[in-house]
Design a protein around this ligand. Sequence first.
Ligand code: ADP
Ligand code: MG
Length: 484
Amino acid sequence: MAYVQGTTGEWEMVIGLEVHAQVISKAKLFSGASTTFGAEPNSQVSYVDAAFPGMLPVINEYCVEQAVRTGLGLKAQINMTSVFDRKNYFYADLPAGYQISQYTQPIVGKGEILLDLADGETRQVGITRLHLEQDAGKSMHDQSPTETYVDLNRAGVALMEIVSEPDMRSAEEAGAYLKKLRAILRYLGTCDGNMEEGSMRCDVNLSMRRKGDEKFGTRCEIKNVNSIRFVQQAIEYEARRQVDVLESGGAINQETRLWDTGKGETRSMRSKEDAHDYRYFPDPDLLPLVLDPKMVERVKATLPELPDEKKARFIGDYGLKPYDASVLVAEKASADFFEKVAKGRDGKLAANWVTVELFGALNKLGKSIDESPISAEALGGLVGLISNQTISGRIAKDVFEEMLKTGKSAESIVNEKGLKQVTDTGAIEEAIDGVLAKNADKVAEYKSGKEKLFGFFVGQVMKATGGKANPAMLNELLKKKLSD
Ligand code: ADP
Ligand code: MG
């Protein structure tokens, strides 16, 4: 647990996150207008989205299924009856003057999410609820020096608001939560998790308490932070700010703040509104949402294998360490890639080549796994050559570099360059004899107790064989010769 050091003692962070996740669906939550990103402003707006008088919302069943699918993926309670409410507020990009949301009866109740932390540990965080609501339009302040334009393409798009319990205790945990939630949403195909395009946005709630205290302090909410890195930076900054206020005898106002990326600080936006400010009431245009149990069963039956289950399977089937397994399952594409490499081969070795060598190389190239210059089949070929002792791990690294550059298969590189490992005992012995004969003085020193020289002999023999001697055999044969 990471505590924040103050001048009067240590403080603990208490963090709860609210995530707005845009539902993957062709049409909006209550209208048939398209949701495609990046379209001409105001080209995807129905009369319902523009709140023309007399227009009635009609629920999009597919969005409801997506919310159910997400709820099941979060191992959460599915509420067979839920209610849509009007959340009233005035803003130029909200033509109706209210947002249709869910308040006291959300479609999904309590669930849980398992964080994968850097040390290979896991930690469970509670999900409080998930509800469906409409997105608002977008105000554009950069189109004219004197006017604000409004684009209603986003108005009415379905969002899932996913609220966590105040269970996180550090910026690292908040980051792990967002990564895991994003992975689950992507595996499920219910949200693309793209924070840059705004299809996943995060509000951070943070309060501080003295180490050992039970009672939570007063929280601030930092709105709409749009990357995981910024969430973590905002938490570190805000924690320090609150500690300074509390230690100088001040009190935290429950308020809404924003994260200023440029200045690297949080700033007060407004005092926190209470629920009664929104005058919530059930939307009279919509009946309570009653789910068909058959639909829930059908969605349940088609759930894909999710990151936690995949991780457990990788540990069980391939003997991977929990941390390596969690790195591989973090993105479905990496998990699939790994399985192709590992199939019928040494799983641990395959995991090592994917997570260390391949990820390292992709990182340097700034490429994603889908753009990997080495295919899973080709990397599998390389792993196979190490396993059957055609090449040593050392030589394999050179072959890998060559594969990256040329796109050739491991086998053809090994053949062309004559890199096959020497596993012929006779040939290795011959090389050893040569080295020992040339270094009779060192052999004498070794025999009189200077055992450090062993490494020197290994190096010389390797050199003599062009790095191709099988290391295990070399070690064994050399030891035997030197003890003769
Ligand atoms: P609102 O809708 O007003 O933002 P919620 O009750 O839905 O309020 O809570 C929002 C978030 O605040 C939740 O993620 C919750 O875990 C978190 N939270 C509640 N109390 C605290 C606290 N004292 N410190 C930190 N986070 C908190
Ligand atoms: Mg909130």
